[in-house]
Design a protein around this ligand. Sequence first.
Ligand SMILES: Cc1cc2nc3c(=O)[nH]c(=O)nc-3n(C[C@H](O)[C@H](O)[C@H](O)COP(=O)(O)OP(=O)(O)OC[C@H]3O[C@@H](n4cnc5c(N)ncnc54)[C@H](O)[C@@H]3O)c2cc1C
Length: 641
Amino acid sequence: MPTSNTSEPPASDAESFEYIVVGAGAGGAVIAARLAEAGKRVLVLEAGDDPLAPQHAPPPSPRSLDADYQVPAFHPFATEHPGLRWDFWVRHYASDGEQQRDWKYRREHEGEDVDGVLYPRASGLGGCAGHNAMIIVRPNNADWNHIWQVTGDPSWKASNMAKYFRRLERCRYRFFLYRWLDRLFGWNPSGHGWSGWLTTERSLPLRTVFDWRLRWAVRSSILAAAGLLPDAVGRWGWFDKVRGDPNDERLVDPESWGLRVPPMSTARHGRTGPREFLLDAQRRFPANLTIRRNALVTRIDIDQSTRTATGVVYREGVRLYQASARPHGRPGPERRVEACCEVILAGGAFNTPQLLMLSGVGEPTHLQEHRIERIHALAGVGRNLQDRYEIGVVSRMRTRWPALRGATYTTADGQYRSWRRWRSGNYTSNGFLFSVLFPGKCIPVLADVFCSSLLADFRGYYPGYSEEIKKTDYLSWLILKAYTHNDSGTVRLRSSDPLQRPEIQFNYFEDGGETTEHDLAALVNGITFVREVADALGELVEEEVAPGRHLFTDEQLRQYIRDTAWGHHACGTCAMKPEAAGGVVDSRFRVHGIDRLRVVDASIFPRIPGYFIVTSVYMIAEKAADVILHHPDAGRPLDAR
Ligand SMILES: Cc1cc2nc3c(=O)[nH]c(=O)nc-3n(C[C@H](O)[C@H](O)[C@H](O)COP(=O)(O)OP(=O)(O)OC[C@H]3O[C@@H](n4cnc5c(N)ncnc54)[C@H](O)[C@@H]3O)c2cc1C
C-alpha cells in the first residue's frame, strides 16, 4: 500500500539545506534566487533540464532547442519541443457529448489514451516562462486588493504590491529620461522598474515598417478599434501619453481599457526570465544555491505528530514524469533531503496540488480512494481551478504578408541569421501586433476582454498546432476573457503514482447562471468587435476561416465559444483564503495546518489576476521572499525557535 509519509525520524545521513524549493518555474526560480542572495542555503529540485545547457541530450527533434527557447518568434515551437514540453490533457466538460464537440479533443494520442484537450506546459529551468509568449502585463490594482479583502492582510494592498513590480523589472522600452528622473529625484509616475532582473523590451522590426500593406492594415485596424471604443478621443490621449504601455501605473485600473502594445521579457531581443535570474544568482552565490535538474519530487516528508514538513523525497532521471516527451528515463532510487527551515512548493497549478495530495494533504475521501495515508484534511487542495476563456478569430488574407517573405520559422533562413547576428528582423517579435482592452459586459469599469492581433493562424492548442503558425498569409485575433467567473475546475489524483499526470477538469461555463451568461456575452462582444475591426481591412481579407461568417447569431457564436474555447493561465488550485472558505495557504503562503511548508506559484491566487499571469507570479514570488526573510524566525531551524 502506498503510504505518503512516516513519523520516523529523518535518516541522519540525509543531506540538509535551509530551504528546499520544488520546481524552478516562474515562482520557484525567483524565490530561490532571492533567498540565496540573502545568504540562505537553498536547494532547487527541478524535474526538467536546462534548455540551453542540458545535462542529458533532449529527444531527437528536427528543431533546435536552443533557438526555440531564445528566439521570440519561435515560442510556439518551444511549447512543442520534446526537450521542454510537458503535455497535459484536460477536460473542459464532464459530459463526453459536450467535450467531443471540440475539434481539439483527442481520445488517443501517440498510442496513449488521453481523453482530453492538449494543455501545454514546460518543464525545465524557467518552467513555463521557458516557452511562454513572453508577454508582460501587470495585473490590476483590484487583483491585489481582492487578496487583501479575502485574507484581511493589508500587506496585499495594491499600494504595497506596486514596489514588487518596480523591484523585478528592468524596463528598456520607455523614455530613458524617466529612469534618470527616478534615480535623481525619486519621481517615477510610470511606476516602472529600471534595474531589476527581468528586462522588458518592445520590438518593431523594420521589415514590418517597410511592408506598406501591413502598415496600412495596422493603421486601419487601430483607427477602427479606436472608433469602436467609447470616448475615443480621451483614450487616444492616454494611448499617446503613455505610448500604449499596459504597465504604466497610470493606466492600471481606472484607465485600464484602450489600445495597448504589450512589452516582452527579452534582453537584446532574446528570451529572458526566471531561468536567467536563477543561474545568475547561482553564479554570484555558488555556496548558497544548489540546483538539481532531472529531479522529480515525489513526496513531501511531513512529520505526522508535529505536522511539520521536514524535507522531500525525489527521484533522479530524465523526463520521468509521464507528461514529458518520450522516451522516459529510468527512475533512480528514492533520495531524501532535509529542509531545516522550510519546504517551498512551486510546481505550478497542476503539480503543486498533486504533490500535496500525494503527501497526505487533501480531501480525506479522495486520499482514501487512492489509499494515501492522511496527514491533514484540507478540502481546498486541487479545487478552485481557474483559467481565462480564449477564442480565435482567424482570417486568411488575399496575399502573403511581404514582411514575412522567406520566413520558415527555422534556423535555416535569412531572418534567423539576422536575429542571430544583429538581433534584428521579424524574429525579434513574438508575432503580436497590438491589443485592445475593453469591458465586455460584466464589470463596468475594469476591462475584461483583451483582444490581440497576430500574424499567424492560431486557433488554440492541439498536437502540431505550431506548424500552422508558419503560414504567412493569415491574421488572427486572440480574444481573451479575463476575470472569468468559473472557479469550479479541479485537479485530482488519477493514481498514487507520482509519475502519472493528475486528472484535470475545468468544468467550463459550469454554473449555467447569470455569471456564465456574462462570460459568454463578453466573448460574443469580443468576436463582434474584432470582426468590425477586420472589416476595415476590406479587400486585404480573403475569408474569415474561424469561426466563419456563416456563424453570426448570438446563439451560434455562444455555441462556437462553448465548443472551442481554451485557456493557458491555469491557477488557483491552492488558493490563498481562510481554511474554512476552502483555502489552502494563508496570506503568508503557509499551508494551513502544516508547519514549515509554503506554496509560491500560480496555484495560490484565489481569483485569476489580470490578463497575463506570469507577471503576477513574479510579483508574488518577490513578496514571498520578503515575507520569509523579514520574519523574525527566518533562517532559524525549527528546534532553535
Ligand atoms: C503556452 C503558454 C504560453 C504562455 N504565455 C504567457 C505569456 O506570454 N505571458 C504570461 O504572463 N503568461 C503566459 N503563460 C502563463 C505562465 O507562463 C505560467 O502561468 C507561469 O509560468 C506559471 O508559473 P508557475 O511558477 O506557477 O509554474 P511553472 O512556470 O509551470 O513552473 C513549474 C515548474 O515546476 C516543475 N515541477 C513540477 N512538479 C515538479 C516536481 N514534482 N518535482 C520537481 N519539479 C517539478 C516543472 O518542471 C516546472 O519547471 C503561458 C503559458 C503557456 C502554457
